[in-house]
Design a protein around this ligand. Sequence first.
Ligand SMILES: Nc1ncnc2c1ncn2[C@@H]1O[C@H](COP(=O)(O)OP(=O)(O)OP(=O)(O)O)[C@@H](O)[C@H]1O
Length: 305
Amino acid sequence: MPILEVERLTKRFGDVLAVDDLSFAVEPGEIFGFLGGNGAGKTTTLRMVLDIIRPSSGRISVFGNAPDQRNTAAIGFLPEERGLYGHMSAIDTIVYFARLKGMAAAEGRSHGLELLARFDLADRATAKISDMSKGMAQKVQLATALVNRPQLLMLDEPFSGLDPVNQGLLEDEILRASERGAAVIFSTHVMQHAERLCDRLLLLRKGHKRFEGTLDQARATLPARITAIAPRSIAAVEGVALAEPAAELDGGWHEWAITLAPDTQAGEVLERCTSSGVPLRRFEERRASLHEVFVSLVGTAEVQP
Ligand SMILES: Nc1ncnc2c1ncn2[C@@H]1O[C@H](COP(=O)(O)OP(=O)(O)OP(=O)(O)O)[C@@H](O)[C@H]1O
């Protein structure tokens, strides 16, 4: 049974249709990328799952039940707007959240200290949040989301504000949560994280689903591009839709950017070139990146490569 199921979900704020007839499901152990440009409706959807705001229409099921703040015991959430009480220490903050989620203080403390050690903050456990750097405070906030070992972990733009080492720590935590069977949903504008982590992903544009599927399926929405080095154009070879000259090389060789005809595999074209004696020095398929898929389907340059 999916941990989270969203069916025909719609949310309007006055004239703004923030979420438009959205359906998806996330299974235990799955890492699900929730991707879209600014204002696509990601945060609004996560807030409805948490029962912070109510849908205009549609259905949400969390652990088989309607959203309810009582679900918080099994949910971990990192909000996009980070914010903790500056006067509290790191470990007291984590224990505070553990208690809100119904845990005993002692268990919250011991798991909190474990998390701080994993986040390279063991020596800062009693430091005040206000004395920490932004990235350190963000790791404490991540610990508050993980302290209850949630079955549903929802992270809204978790990578922003973290340096590359801490981004790596966060990726490890996401994998760790999925390995123990949690469903993990995270939103990001950085496609590399999604490419490295996601089992499946959903692309949202203006509240509407543009794509849902695996990374391979996402890349297959765009034609593969081939770079070929040959002395003459291979435009006439069956299965080649377009062969554009990309560079002139030494000895009469040329680099060609090849676009294949629909439903044509690169291997078929390579075989035809070889069997008809077309000299080739290179024939390389390059699949579309998630960045290219995002720009093509969501149509925004806001995304980072
Ligand atoms: N409380 C609100 N009142 C009115 N409009 C809202 C409210 N919350 C969100 N919106 C609107 O809903 C749309 C979706 O916003 P949302 O914050 O869900 O996007 P997002 O995908 O999380 O974007 P970002 O990547 O920029 O954080 C936007 O047009 C936003 O202005």
